[in-house]
Write a protein that binds this ligand. Structure first.
Ligand code: ACO
Length: 430
């Protein structure tokens, strides 16, 4: 294949290198274009811009493929666990038994929060959204581990720092939830594995441990696993952006949480459940809502549908839909919202509006129904997503830190404001 592209501007030809990835995805490298020609490239919302080279996750949105470090998501969902996958993503390989044991021990050693952090939780109002608490507390955690602030520690003790963040984020999330209900904090149990421990901290009573159901633990673990990374989405690109300024790992992850919160991104899982509840409450079978979602004036969208990258069924949505059926059956839960979701999906997949725009269910469409069956409140849905996405953010942070060529991220713009004009004293203004 030709390994340069030619661009003709004002009669002059610029040769631009063509880059090819492992899976033959191709890019034109324009990084020297501005210096050579004075032109920048304009790509609103980055729909066609590769912002980095990365070895973590591969997606083919046309074919509905997702792989972590080369391994298909379907195999990992079927045979692996969230912590094994976190090791794969963060450390770059599936762990041996000894490595998995060490990683799990590190998670257990780091599961407690500094006691003084408890006072920070008390400062939030009971109505605070747990995503706000999560972001603030992840950032606050860096105050208790000042060594995090040096890039030297990141280089020499990366595994420990990664385990520290992965473990503490789960404790912070559970504490945030207990705080929102005005309930006393439940400490983690060192004998529990990652996901079981999270459910324990969420739902136990002070003198009565929550009874763990294996199918619930497995279902939540699967949700974490399916969210573990998804290449350069809004929140991960944010983490890389912040990391590029050499901010520390906790600050970068806290920024990722903020980016994830929005309803067009991670907040969609909460929005899906709100949408389904609203449809159910109004007595609609979904048809009226679909009509509204197609009408641009209504301001409504079919939440959990559509994706910037997938123009085919999101492979995670397929896995999660199957898991949703299984979990609800095993737990003997009959949820009318699941029926509405299935009806909406069926209707949308036949509707020319959605077909022409290649809008399919994404991972958020069914995950909320599983979380509801487990008893997780709606406001915590995006927090669960954030816990799941942590390995991806950490691995992306690591790539930025370890790249000797990495420069601060600094996009350009095309200015469309007023031309040069001058300061007018207040008395002379109209
Ligand atoms: N319902 C109705 N119409 C939609 C939807 C939807 N869910 N999604 C896209 N469209 C329409 C748009 O109105 C647009 O129509 P037009 O061409 O007539 O103007 C067309 O499809 C293309 O949509 P864009 O907004 O340009 O697509 P984009 O790639 O920018 O957005 C996004 C992707 C944000 C995911 C969008 O599909 C959406 O808002 N979906 C609902 C929210 C959601 O589920 N987000 C979760 C994403 S997955 C994740 O973060 C885990």
């Amino acid at each position: 294949m030709e390994n340069t592209a030619e661009l003709k501007l004002e009669g002059k030809i610029y040769k631009l290198p063509v880059i090819e990835g492992t899976e033959h995805e191709r890019a034109v490298d324009i990084s020297s274009l501005r210096n050579d020609s004075g032109y920048i490239t304009l790509d609103d919302s980055y729909g066609n811009t590769g912002s980095c080279r990365s070895q973590i996750t591969f997606i083919d949105g046309e074919k509905g493929i997702l792989r972590y470090r080369g391994i298909p998501i379907e195999e990992l969902a079927e045979r692996s666990t969230f912590i094994e996958v976190a090791h794969l993503i963060v450390m770059g390989k599936l762990p041996s038994s000894a490595e998995l044991r060490r990683f799990s021990e590190l998670l257990t050693e780091n599961e407690m929060l500094h006691e003084d952090m408890k006072y920070h939780f008390e400062g939030f109002s009971a109505s605070a959204h747990p995503m706000a608490i999560l972001s603030a507390m992840i950032n606050a955690a860096s105050c208790f581990y000042p060594e995090l602030l040096t890039s030297e520690t990141m280089r020499t003790h990366f595994e420990v720092e990664a385990a520290r963040l992965l473990s503490k984020v789960r404790t912070i999330a559970a504490f945030a939830y207990r705080k929102s209900l005005g309930l006393p904090i439940i400490y983690p149990r060192p004998d529990y594995k990652y996901t079981a421990n999270f459910l324990h901290m969420l739902f136990s009573l002070p003198f009565k441990d929550y009874e763990l159901k294996p199918e619930m633990v497995r279902a939540l673990d699967l949700i974490f696993l399916l969210h573990a990374d998804h290449e350069q989405n809004c929140s991960t690109a944010t983490v890389r952006m912040v990391a590029s300024s050499r901010a520390n790992l906790f600050a970068s992850a806290a920024a990722g949480v903020c980016a994830l919160w929005g309803p067009l991104h991670g907040g969609a899982n909460q929005a899906v459940l709100e949408m389904l509840t609203e449809i159910h409450r109004s007595g609609d079978d979904g048809s009226r809502f679909i009509a509204a979602a197609k009408d641009k004036q209504s301001g409504k969208r079919l939440m959990g549908f559509g994706h910037r990258v997938y123009k085919n069924y999101d492979p995670r949505a397929k896995i999660i839909k199957r898991a949703c059926d299984e979990v609800l059956e095993k737990l003997h839960v009959q949820d009318p919202l699941l029926d509405i979701a299935k009806h909406l999906e069926e209707a949308a997949l036949k509707d020319p509006y959605f077909v022409e725009r290649k809008l399919y269910p994404n991972v958020d469409f069914y995950s909320g129904i599983i979380m509801r069956a487990i008893g997780i409140p709606i406001e915590m849905f995006t927090v669960i997503f954030a816990i799941g996405r942590m390995p991806g953010w950490i691995a992306n942070f690591k790539e930025v830190m370890e790249d000797p060529q990495s420069r601060i991220y600094r996009p350009r713009q095309i200015y469309t404001g007023p031309p040069l004009n001058h300061y007018v004293p207040i008395k002379e203004r109209h």
